[in-house]
Design a protein around this ligand. Structure first.
Ligand code: PLP
Length: 338
């Protein structure tokens, strides 16, 4: 049996989730007539106490639509240098929105209000107008690191003082909410828009949601159509999301426990230089010169354990819904044996 830690996107829908999908009432969502999508959008908006939500095929699309809505061509977006929106969305900020980017070297993916204030362009005809700050929580490249709410509130204040919008790439926001015992409503209050992924740790096959006020979501709905993301009877997919929001959030603490157990085993090993502090479901560790990331990934693979080399000396392990306590134990025993 293969144990797949490459990403939390590898989960398969469970039988009970598939049954919910199979039984979903559907209609044409471009006409606003899919009851399951409408229910999912209302449910997510209510959870975050935001006015409205929009169901999209991917987190890349929800982020890119948000950036498009908040900016004009020629504007500048502020984000951490490791951000998914900058590193892993195909240059979409330039391609879709015609914006430049000001990168901040944050602390494991997290930036602070003072970084933001230093990065805002002065109102000067030589400069691109700064119109958006985007945060990522949890931070993927930061190894699942979480923001303190106080830091986010300070960033929002800096944005308000400079007439700038604040977006959250919350692909793994539920991991942060569970780990930090934070409330979705507090996030809803602090961001102009939030993107959440259903297809990561929540275990859905497809789907992301964009949240914001009514005016923003009306605009976002138009851009979703322009970007080719208007779907028809996608209520079958939304039904998986409804199921996941009801059943798969609280259990994320199990994934976090598994990640900590694996990290503890790694920390004992001579070939490991450093394990990033584990806060949620991602473990990133750096190797000593004695073994390359590629070699270590191959060693794991011989034991049917899949992990991911993110650089020549760093490996990432992600725990998720399909990782059982037995798989975690087998993995820690394997690590001890290396
Ligand atoms: C996965 C991910 C996304 C969205 O990715 P899609 O594959 O397009 O759904 C966005 N941000 C972060 C931080 C991610 O990890």
């Amino acid at each position: 049996m293969i144990i797949d830690f490459r990403s939390d996107t590898v989960t398969r829908p469970t039988k009970i989730m598939l049954e919910a999908m199979f039984n979903a009432p559907v209609g044409d969502d471009v006409f606003g007539e899919d009851p399951s999508i409408n229910t999912l959008e209302e449910k997510a908006a209510a959870m975050f106490e935001m006015e409205a939500a929009l169901f999209c095929p991917s987190g890349t699309m929800t982020n890119q639509i948000a950036i498009k809505c908040h900016t004009q061509p020629g504007d500048e977006v502020i984000c951490d240098s490791t951000s998914h929106i900058y590193q892993y969305e195909g240059g979409g900020i330039a391609f879709n929105s015609g914006c430049s980017v000001k990168l901040i070297d944050g602390n494991r993916g997290r930036i602070k209000a003072e970084n933001v204030l230093q990065s805002i362009n002065p109102k000067d005809i030589h400069k691109a107008p700064t119109s958006l700050v985007s945060l990522e929580n949890t931070s993927n490249r930061g190894g699942g690191s979480c923001y303190e709410m106080e830091d986010i509130i300070n960033i929002r204040q800096a944005c308000d003082d400079n007439d700038i919008k604040l977006h959250l790439d919350g692909a793994r926001l539920f991991n942060a909410l569970v780990a930090k015992k934070q409330s979705p409503a507090q996030f809803g209050k602090t961001f102009h828009s939030i993107s959440i992924c259903l297809s990561k740790s929540l275990g859905c096959p497809v789907g992301s949601l964009l949240l914001g006020n009514k005016e923003f979501i009306t605009k976002a709905r138009r851009y979703r159509k322009v970007f080719g993301g208007g779907m028809r009877q996608a209520g079958y997919l939304a039904a998986a999301g409804i199921y996941a929001l009801d059943h798969n959030i609280d259990r994320l603490s199990e994934d976090h426990l598994h990640a900590m157990q694996i990290a503890a085993a790694l920390a004992q090993k001579d070939f490991v230089q450093e394990v990033y502090p584990v806060e949620t479901n991602i473990i990133i560790f750096t190797l000593k010169q004695t073994i390359s990331a590629k070699e270590l990934v191959a060693r794991f693979k011989e034991s049917q354990i899949l992990v991911h080399a993110i650089s020549s000396s760093q490996v990432r392990i992600v725990t998720h819904l399909d990782i059982t306590p037995e798989m975690t134990e087998k993995t820690t025993r394997f690590i001890q044996s290396i």
